[in-house]
Design a binder for this molecule. Structure first.
Ligand code: NDP
Length: 251
């Protein structure tokens, strides 16, 4: 594929994320606390997460490696970040969640598979294609700044997901008010961390597919965090009034 075709596709992909964002603000994706039977057939939650998230690292690795091009050091680092994140998200996170008896609509799983396929392919393909020259990139300040931002976001995301998982004992499926650390400032530090993480990845890689992933992540998670925040306030009369949804003191 020519560089121009690839870039045109990715700009269209970014525009689609932005075009769908207003819908995501009005219609909350029906999984987790917002799950609904109105969205057709469902499958067990854990299985759904495993299947839909495993697609991303598999497609990324195949798209990167099957081109048989020489891979510079920086690209190995990008691959490590991407695959490390998805090792947790696809395999550790679903196995650790306390999700007994919960189900996820097949429609969510299928749309996540589509998102993860495009995303994994675009990032893996670009990095393995030689369309960009990453020789010597590890000496560039953007590489290190992006790495720092990525790890800061990942730390917030992992810590917050871990805290949420720990709110339930085995077999429980209810909800409690999360407290401590960034939860004292915002309702969804896990979503904030994820957005920071992929913004860091985009800075580190400095390419269009990574930017597209960061835009899609924000387009998915800003509306979701606002929905979670509204839900907490409706559900718990004693929900901390000063807490914001996603960004401390702002949003
Ligand atoms: P949530 O915060 O809704 O849930 C995370 C886990 O914690 C779930 O198992 C949930 O259970 C449980 N949980 C959440 N809040 C509570 C509470 N108050 N009391 C008890 N248990 C709780 O996260 P999401 O499901 O939205 O996302 C999961 C991860 O995936 C996040 O790290 C997110 O950043 C990431 N993600 C990334 C996307 C992207 O586009 N890059 C898109 C979507 C998610 P239950 O499922 O039963 O509600």
């Amino acid at each position: 594929m020519s560089g121009q075709t690839f870039n045109t596709f990715l700009w269209a992909w970014i525009v689609l994320a932005l075009a769908l964002a207003p819908i995501q603000f009005r219609v909350t994706a029906p999984y987790g606390r917002h799950a609904s039977t109105k969205w057709g057939p469902t499958i067990p939650n854990r299985l759904g997460w495993l299947v839909m998230e495993a697609v991303s690292p598999l497609v990324f690795a195949a798209a990167l490696l099957l081109q048989n091009a020489p891979i510079p050091t920086a690209v190995w680092v990008f691959a490590g970040l991407y695959l490390g994140h998805y090792f947790n998200r696809a395999f550790l996170f679903p196995l650790r969640t306390r999700t007994m008896g919960k189900r996820i609509p097949l429609a969510i799983v299928v749309s996540a598979i589509a998102f993860n396929t495009v995303n994994g392919w675009a990032n893996g393909y670009y990095l393995g294609s030689g369309l960009a020259d990453y020789a010597g990139w590890i000496a560039d300040p953007r590489f290190w700044l992006g790495l720092f931002v990525f790890f800061a976001g990942a730390a917030i995301n992992l810590w917050a997901d871990n805290r949420l998982i720990g709110l339930r004992s085995r077999g429980e499926t209810g909800y409690a008010i999360p407290r401590g650390g960034p939860f004292d400032l915002v309702s969804c530090p896990n979503h904030l961390g994820e957005i920071i993480e992929w913004t860091g990845f985009a800075i580190c890689c400095w390419n269009l597919p990574a930017l597209a992933f960061a835009v899609w992540t924000a387009a998915n998670l800003v509306p979701r965090a606002l929905s979670h925040h509204r839900w907490y306030k409706e559900e718990f009369a004693d929900y901390p009034s000063g807490r914001m949804a996603l960004v401390p003191y702002m949003l």
